[in-house]
Design a protein around this ligand. Structure first.
Ligand SMILES: NC(=O)c1ccc[n+]([C@@H]2O[C@H](COP(=O)([O-])OP(=O)(O)OC[C@H]3O[C@@H](n4cnc5c(N)ncnc54)[C@H](OP(=O)(O)O)[C@@H]3O)[C@@H](O)[C@H]2O)c1
Length: 410
């Protein structure tokens, strides 16, 4: 008989109940592989269990409650008691990661959080273990399945944002209150976690500016098709000079980009480093059983005494988004008369913004100008759009979306 490995489970909702089921199904196989048979020694919900009692019996704690408190207090108590802590909680890691990982280093007790980012896609494990010695330059990708489904559906069927969101809710890809997902905040929390791990620096959710998909129109997606572009909500963490920039924004990608074909509720993360060139990992971004499976993977690592996250944390400066260079798509409705294009080109030129391609379409008395710019420091582009907004020839507010310039051989 294998010796039991006692697991205290905090939370028994979508992921917690799936984890409970999976643990029962996989216990024998895990016992064979590790020599310890995992079993639950207590479950905490709002209506059952007492944390102190569960902690005293447990060899490790699995936290699937979500939110900051009491999850944070339970994490610190668990580490102080020498019990490894496994969690899927992105809020906790993106806002209290410094505190938790410092406690983990101090006590020599593991914190594992694979399921907090990109569901079942093993990006944390790959960054923490396979590429522990690599110097990552950039970590970016699609880390929110809800918005990826919405944008895919808008592109596929020409649906409006509101209709695509309603369909995502019907299919269970979006929650009744989708705010965290559609505003980009959920993706920002995940990018804070990936940036910390990738660059060994302290990054808090508050350091990550984010934009969501609520303002995207079917029109933008349609016009961009003429340039061969596909729209995605991207999280981008990259080194910039001596600092790091971490942001979330909708962006157009060329069709040959590895992330362009990631559609529906899937997630994908690309890691770039001189030593590895680049790799992209993709798979289901959420779901009870999928997330539970990532949590179980962490538990098996804990049972078999997998590695600690021991890298010292240094503080790299956060580079403001306005200082980063980006290419842009710009959509303008203007008066259809001679000299309009020249006037807009002058304003762009005055701000050092240069145009890569233009499509112009007549709309009766007005015209629609859709342009893709060469990369430029964002402050220059923002200034140019502010000046264009004041021109008398403009017929509606300008719409701008970033374009990722990298092209890949098909
Ligand atoms: N759902 C997904 O697809 C997914 C994907 C990736 C990561 N995650 C993460 O996984 C975690 C759990 O998500 P979920 O979807 O399973 O949540 P959920 O269905 O809302 O379940 C939460 C569970 O935690 C318990 N709980 C909440 N607050 C508590 C408190 N103060 N004290 C004791 N118990 C408490 C709830 O108890 P009651 O049953 O008494 O209400 C419930 O059993 C979150 O961190 C989430 O971000 C979820």
């Amino acid at each position: 008989m294998s010796e039991p490995f006692r697991v205290g489970l905090l939370g028994h909702g979508t992921v917690g109940s799936a984890f409970d089921r999976l643990l029962g199904e996989r216990a024998d196989a895990i016992a064979t592989a590790t020599g310890r048979r995992p079993e639950l020694c207590g479950v905490l919900t709002r209506s059952q269990g007492a944390f102190a009692e569960i902690l005293s019996k447990a060899d490790a704690i699995v936290e699937l409650m979500g939110g900051i408190e009491p999850a944070r207090e339970c994490a610190l108590a668990s580490l102080a008691a020498g019990k490894p802590f496994v969690t899927a909680n992105k809020q906790l890691l993106s806002q209290h990661g410094d505190e938790l990982l410092a406690a983990s280093r101090r006590t020599g007790v593991q914190v594992r959080y694979e399921a907090a980012v990109a569901g079942v896609v093993p990006v944390i494990r790959v960054m923490r273990e396979s590429f522990a010695g690599a110097h990552l330059e950039k970590v970016y990708g699609i880390v929110n399945g809800t918005t990826n489904y919405i944008l895919s559906e808008m592109a596929r069927s020409g649906a409006s944002y509101a209709d695509a969101l309603a369909r995502a809710q019907e299919l269970g890809y979006a929650e009744a209150d989708p705010t965290e997902d559609v505003t980009g905040k959920d993706a920002a929390a995940k990018m804070a976690i990936l940036a910390r791990l990738g660059f060994h620096t302290s990054v808090h959710l508050d350091d990550v500016p984010y934009e969501g998909v609520e303002e995207i129109t079917a029109d933008d997606i349609d016009y961009a098709k003429e340039f061969g572009l596909v729209l995605k909500l991207l999280g981008v963490a990259e080194r910039r000079g001596a600092g790091v920039s971490v942001r979330v924004f909708p962006a157009f990608l060329y069709g040959s980009h590895p992330l362009a074909s990631v559609s529906g509720p899937f997630n994908a993360v690309t890691l770039e480093s001189p030593a590895i060139t680049e790799i992209t990992l993709s798979g289901p971004g959420a779901g009870g059983i999928e997330t539970a499976s990532a949590v179980l993977g962490d538990l098996v690592s804990v049972i078999s005494s997998g590695g600690m996250e021991l890298d010292p944390i240094e503080q790299l400066p956060i580079v403001p988004g306005e200082e980063v260079e980006s290419a842009f798509y710009l959509h303008l409705e203007v008066a259809d008369r001679p000299g309009v294009l020249a006037e807009i080109a002058r304003v762009l030129g005055d701000n050092e913004v240069s145009v890569k391609s233009v499509v112009q379409k007549g709309l009766g008395e007005n015209a629609r100008l859709v342009m893709v710019m060469h990369p430029v420091v964002e402050r220059c582009f923002i200034d140019a759009v502010e000046s264009i907004s004041k021109l008398e020839l403009l017929r509606g507010p300008p719409r701008a979306i970033r374009v990722i310039e990298e092209e890949f051989a098909a």
